[in-house]
Structures are given as C-alpha cells and as structure tokens.
Design a protein around this ligand. Structure first.
Ligand SMILES: [Zn+2]
Ligand SMILES: [Zn+2]
Length: 804
C-alpha cells in the first residue's frame, strides 16, 4: 500500500502526462481471484480503467502516471494470487480514455477458449482459520473454499470455468454466499465452488449391515457424520470416504488389526499404504522431513510425499504409533497432510475429542481398477472392502488420484502426477499440431497438446482392466472439453498388443496415427521438459521393465542417441530369454535362474533363487529356456534388478510392481557409502544387424561376482549397494563411449528404473563429475506416467514457423 501511495505522490501528474495500456495476462488466471487482485492493485496504484476475462486470458486496461503503470506491469506477475500461474504478460500502449475509476467488467467469451482451468487446491490458511473459528458462519463446514483453494479440475463439466458449468450447479447460493460471490473486495469473488452450511453439499454416513454385507448400507442414526466416522475409525472400522477426486479407503494407521484387515480385503500383498497425518510433526519420529519435503507437504497441492524412514525410530512420547502393516519392508513412507476441510475435520480440530492421528488413506478401488467416484458404484464396488461410507452430494466429474512425489537431489521427482497438477500444462520447447497421445498400458496417462502446451490427464491406471479403459475414454473427452484441443493427429506406443494403441487405432477417424518407440518417447519426454529445442541430440539412457523393441524383443536397458526425430540404438543390456512374460515378472526367482543360465552359472542348491524355485518347476523352466519355448529375448534393466534381488535373497515373489527392485534399493540404503568396489559389467561390440546396438553390456561378470559374494556370506546390503554402483558405473562408461564416438555431452536419465533415487542420484553424480549435463525428470514421472508427453513431441512437432 505504502509503495503505491509514495509513487503516486512523487508524480504530480498533469492530465497530459497520463498514459493508458492494455495488458493481457495468459496462463492459469481465471477462477483463481485474478480480477479482484488486478482491481486491488490498480486502485492501490491510483490507476483507472477496467479488467475482464476473455477467451485469451485476463485483459486489463489501465490508465495513469507512467511510473505507476510500470509498477503495475511488474507487480501483476510478481504478486499474483496463489493459484494463478502467469505464463505471459503482454502490454500495448493505447489512447487515453479518461475513466473515472477502476471496474471489473463481465466476462467476454469469444473465439476459441485458451484459458486454463486450475488444478484442485488444498484448503488455504484463511479458510482453515474460518473452519476452526466458532464465531465464523462456516465454522466446521466440510466444503468451505475460496478463490485461493478448493476443487477445480474435478468439478468442471465444461468451459468457460463458471459455477453453472461445474458440479456445483445444483447448489443455488444462499443470499449471504451470493453477496460474497458478487463482491470484488471479497476473498470469494467469483469463487465457483463456494458454499456454506445453508446452501452447500451435505455429508451422509452410511453403514453396512455387519450381519449381511450383501444388503445395501443404511444411513447411520447419528446427527454428526464426522464425529460418528471418527468413532468408527477409532473402533477399527474401514470407512470409504469421498474426497476430491474419488473415494479413499480409510482406517486408523496405528491399529494393527484394522490395517491388516484392509490389506486382506484389498488383496494388497505387501504394497505400502499412504498415510494422512494432521501435522508433519506427527510423523517426524518416523521419517526424515527436509525443507523441500516440508514445502511439498504443506503447500497448495499436498501430494503424497515419499519420505525416507528413520532406520530405527526411537520411541517418541506423545507421538502416534504406526502399525508395521502399513508399509512392511518399504524404505519410505508415503505421507500427506489434509487437503480438504473434510480431512481436517476427520483428523480432529483443536478441542475435538481424541481420535486417530494417523490415517491410512488408500485409493478406493478394487485392485487394478480405477478409483471410484460415483456414489452408487462406491456402495456396490466397495461393499466387500468398507464397513461404512462417508459420502456427500457434490458429484466428482472426473477421477483424480493423489499425486505421489519425492524429493531427489533437491528437486521434485514424480512417481505419479495427478491431483493438484492436472490439468496444468507442461510447456513445450517446440510447437506441436493439435494432437492426442495415448501413453502406455501401465500407469496410463494420456496427453493432449497444441502449440507450446501439453496437457496430461490425471493418472488413469493399468489398461488391462475394462473399467480402466472406460475411465480412459471419459478422461480423454473431459480433457478435450477443458483444453479445447481437437486432435488432428494421434500418437501411440509401437507395441501391437497395447490397448492404448488399439484404442488410438480405432478412434482416428481418418486422422494420422504415429507409432512411437517406447524408450524414444521416454527420452523425448525428458528432453521436452528440460526445454531442449529441435536439432539438439542427447545420450538417452532409458532403463525400465518393458518396452516394445524394433526387433520385436522386449527392450528395457537402452542407451539411445536421440533427438526428437529419431534415434540410434547405441547400447543395450545383453539379451536373456524372458520365460513366460507375466509369470516371471511376478516371480523374480525365475528371472534370476534365466540370468544365471545365460551367464553360464549352474543352478546350485545353495543359491537363493534355486532354493526358492519349487523343485517341480525347475526342470520345466530349464526345458523352456533351453528350447526357447514361450521365451522372448529381453534387454530389460528392470528384470536384471529382479534377478539380482532374488539372487541376493532379498525378494523372490513380487506382490506388486517393482517390489523386488524396491526391496533391493532398501537393502542398499542400509549399506551406506562404504561398500567397497562395485561389480563391473563387461562391455563388448554388438553384433551387426537391424535393431542391434553398437555396444552390449554383459551382466555375466556381475552375476558371477554376486554369486561369489553370496557364497562368501557377504552382507546383503553390501551386495545390493555394489550392484547399484555397478549399474551407475555402466551408465558412466556407456555415456563416455557415446561422447567419444558421437560428440554428445548431454545425458537424459529416464524410465521407471530411475524412480530408484539411490541409483539415479549416484548415476547423475558420476556423469556430472565426468563433465556431462544430466537431465532428470522433474515435471512428469520417469515411468510410463510420463510416456505420453514424449510421444506427442516426437509425433506432432510442426516444422518451421511457431504456432500459437
Ligand atoms: Zn480458501
Ligand atoms: Zn451459502
């Protein structure tokens, strides 16, 4: 305030000195309180004029002293409201008009909509203060929100973003809310989802009939659904709670019986559950929370943050305890803090009766199916999972799972980019035609793009499930609605069996479909998010579980020399036969046996995977490998991690994706820095021929060394750490050779294997020490959740002139 007044006082402006500018602000600037912000700013600086929403963004005309206009230009991007993301601010001098004051004009929608819908945002501090204030009219209102917080993406049914085009359309505002909504000075000016006790959505608690769970649940008799739910949770019940982007299954994370029951009902194996805590302080005795992690936990998104567990947590008096069944064997805990008013209420406000302080919060779905959003479906499909349902009558338009993020090398690394990030676009360094990329079949995320922006959908799931395929169709249609992109081109993975590819094929309607190689797409995604322009090439290191190779084998340990247009396969992990696909993915001991055989090492009884393989399975497997029956050659690095995990005796059966590799990483973390020399891969020239790489990395010496260490009784953490060091060193040597032969100095690290932060950080460090520029993912996941971004950049780039 003082700044503006001081400057106004300095300029004794005669009428002729006044100037007028039209300023266009683009980005996420609608539905986030931008116009009131402009109103306040202009008034403070003594400027006249007006501001409005248009199809292009927020357009302000401001008039006054030139110095004040300059200040306005600076502050409009520097001080924007919390949910706004200002992409560009353009100004243009226009004729002075001599307005009397500053006004907010009604929205003008014309032309194609290019405004962006904001992601859903966690309850802000101001709303939280109202939630806890007995004197406030929204005290304890489970749906309070404002222009700075609340649902957005998950309630939008069409654009422009306006209450009538959200699922709030069925809740007419009471006069009190309507007044706030219409007042430019109010925090709730044009906040579309606002509501109060008088006019907003209502909670309902339904309970199952314990005697007969097939009968529909009945409304609970109590009058306070939140208090009743908290009592149920304290008594060990599993409650399906309707959140922002779907239902969660919730139970008391301190209660061994409840957590075990949920694990059993969900048929979850040992897959870790995420937690919700009231404060970071309630988990600080369990995990390490650094400054960056804390910022993520408490920021406007509040994703699940993966935090390293304290190896041997000391008992912390007064702190909540955690059941061992929440995340058995996992080196991390996935923790989030409350992000809706309902979550705050569930964990208890100050002064509430005590209740569970740590809640398991896991997606309300049947394993493999998408998160449930529909209320009837929730009752039907979660009937065998939940004892009660805490639901409400505000529909969820589109499912949106929690995002999962960790901090690696001081930067965010996404495991899943979904709630709070979708549909915020990823800026593209090269313009693309309007296009749709359908992603991969695991962790499916689709992508629409046009010009310099790519919009990734929320996490959709694994496409082998019919319900997921339907969710994919809905997500695609919704994203088209929200973004206004009408694809002229489709991009999909080259795998002929991928359902995401088949869907693209059957929906092109005559539009071209470009098939993009899996690992090329991973590398292109990393290049795009780091802003690499056309013509730049990188050494792309793509390590993952599975990707369809040009020679019809299963690739996954690849070094490609790549730009957006194409690639050359420079290096690969040596092929070994993958016996029987999925069975072997679920049973790492089979992969270990395949690798042992390929390395010429006998299946001796003293080796853990041999002992783990049932005696009657061994001869069958041996014959299968010998005759190449139902075997596909694979160069997968993910499978090599599985093999070594089993060989070291860490994990023989994977109950969830990448469990063996995660357990191996956990073991390596215990070793610390001082693990002696790592093992070494042998590098040799590749065979000539189509699809073959220049360089082949043979893991046989690594396997021989692991076997020696196992037989010498070397501690498992040391074996695990030495293997990690071997892989990091392999990348360094491969990249050094690529630099020598091709002159490239930038390395992109990508693929699901690089979600392993121990490996990724060690590899990046070695490469940097060796003078390379290292690109790691920080906007999309390194796993298949980031694939669609790369597909679209490879397939839809427009040559030459920039398109808007
Ligand atoms: Zn708020
Ligand atoms: Zn109201």
């Amino acid at each position: 305030m003082t700044t503006g007044q001081a400057e106004g006082a300095l300029v004794t402006a005669p009428p002729t000195a006044a100037a007028r500018r039209r300023i266009t602000v683009r980005g996420v600037v609608q539905g986030v309180g931008f116009r009131p912000f402009v109103h306040t700013l202009a008034t403070e600086l003594g400027l006249t004029g007006h501001v409005t929403n248009t199809g292009e963004g927020v357009v302000a005309e401001v008039e006054g002293a030139p110095a004040a206009l300059a200040r306005f230009g600076e502050r409009i991007s520097g001080e924007a409201p919390p949910l706004a993301v200002v992409e560009t601010v353009d100004g243009q001098d226009i004729a002075v008009a001599g307005d009397a004051g500053f006004r907010i004009l009604p929205s003008r929608a014309h032309g194609p909509s290019r405004t962006l819908v904001a992601p859903d945002a966690a309850t802000c501090e101001a709303c939280l203060a109202e939630l806890t204030d007995p004197a406030d009219r929204r005290h304890r209102h489970p749906f309070l929100s404002c222009t700075h917080c609340g649902p957005r993406f998950t309630i939008v049914t069409a654009v422009p973003y306006d209450r009538a085009l959200t699922t709030m359309d069925r809740f007419p505002m009471c006069p009190h809310c309507a007044r706030e909504y219409a007042d430019p000075g109010d925090r709730r000016f044009h906040a579309q989802p606002i509501a109060c006790h008088d006019c907003g959505p209502r909670l309902r608690l339904l309970t199952a009939d314990p005697a007969d769970r097939t009968r529909p649940p009945r409304p609970a008799p109590g009058t306070d659904p939140v208090a009743d739910t908290r009592r149920l949770l304290a008594d060990g019940a599993i409650v399906a709670v309707k959140g922002l982007g779907g239902y969660h299954l919730v139970c008391d994370a301190s209660d061994d019986t409840a957590v075990a029951l949920l694990r059993h009902r969900k048929a979850r194996g040992d897959k870790p559950f995420a937690l919700m805590a009231r404060h970071a302080a309630d988990v600080e005795h369990l995990v390490r929370v650094g400054a960056e992690e804390r910022a993520l936990l408490t920021g406007p998104v509040r994703p699940i943050v993966l935090l390293r567990r304290t190896p041997h947590p000391a008992p912390a008096p007064g702190a909540p305890t955690l059941s061992d069944a929440v995340a058995p064997g996992s080196p991390d805990l996935g923790v989030m803090l409350p992000y809706t008013p309902l979550h705050h209420l569930l964990l208890g406000l100050p002064g509430d009766p005590p209740g569970p302080r740590l809640l398991v919060m896991t997606s309300g779905n049947v394993a493999g199916e998408p998160i449930v959003t529909d209320d009837d479906e929730a009752v039907r499909r979660l009937a065998h999972l939940a004892d009660a349902w805490l639901t409400h009558d505000r529909p969820i338009r589109i499912p949106c799972d929690d995002s999962v993020v960790r901090i690696s090398d001081g930067e965010p690394l996404f495991v899943r980019r979904s709630r709070g990030y979708a549909p915020f676009p990823v800026p593209l360094p090269v313009p693309v035609r309007p296009a749709l990329a359908t992603g991969g079949d695991l962790k499916n995320v689709l992508c629409l793009a046009e010009g310099h922006r790519a919009w990734l959908s929320a996490h959709i799931g694994d496409m082998d499930d019919l319900a997921t395929q339907l969710a994919f169709e809905r997500a695609e249609a919704h994203l088209e609605t929200v973004t206004g992109v009408r694809p002229q081109l489709f991009a999909a993975d080259r795998h002929p069996g991928y359902r995401s590819g088949r869907w693209a094929q059957s929906h092109t309607d005559g539009r071209p479909l470009v098939r993009v190689q899996h690992h090329h797409a991973h590398i292109a995604a990393a290049m795009a998010e780091h802003g690499l322009r056309d013509g730049r090439a990188v050494i792309g290191v793509a390590f993952d579980g599975t990707g369809y190779g040009d020679d019809h084998t299963v690739w996954g340990g690849e070094i490609l020399l790549a730009d957006y247009d194409g690639y050359r396969r420079f290096g690969q992990l040596a092929y070994v036969p993958l016996p029987g696909g999925d069975t072997t993915v679920r049973r790492p001991y089979r992969m270990a046996l395949a690798h042992l055989r390929a390395a010429g090492i006998d299946w001796a009884e003293d080796l853990p995977p041999v002992a783990a393989c049932p005696p009657d399975e061994r001869p069958l497997l041996a014959r299968q490998l010998e005759r190449h029956l139902n075997c596909v050659p694979t160069s997968s690095m993910g499978r090599l991690f599985d093999a070594v995990s089993s060989l070291a005796g860490v994990c023989h059966h994977a109950g969830y994706e990448a469990q063996a590799a995660i357990a191996l990483e956990a073991a390596a973390l215990e070793a610390g820095e001082d693990h002696g020399p790592g093992y070494a891969f042998a590098l040799r020239a590749g065979p000539a021929g189509p699809g073959a790489a220049d360089l082949v990395a043979d893991p046989a010496p690594v396997l021989t060394a692991v076997v020696e260490d196992v037989r010498a009784g070397t501690a498992v953490p040391l074996i695990a750490a030495r293997f990690h060091a071997a892989v990091a060193d392999l990348v360094r040597r491969g990249c050094a050779l690529a630099r020598e032969r091709a002159g490239l100095t930038t390395v992109a690290l990508t693929g699901g294997v690089f979600a392993n932060t121990l490996l990724a950080e060690a590899t990046a460090r070695l490469l940097r020490e060796d003078g390379f520029t290292v690109l790691r993912h920080r906007r999309v996941p390194p796993n298949d959740g980031g694939l669609a971004l790369g597909q679209i950049v490879v397939a839809a780039r427009t040559a030459g002139a920039a398109v808007r």
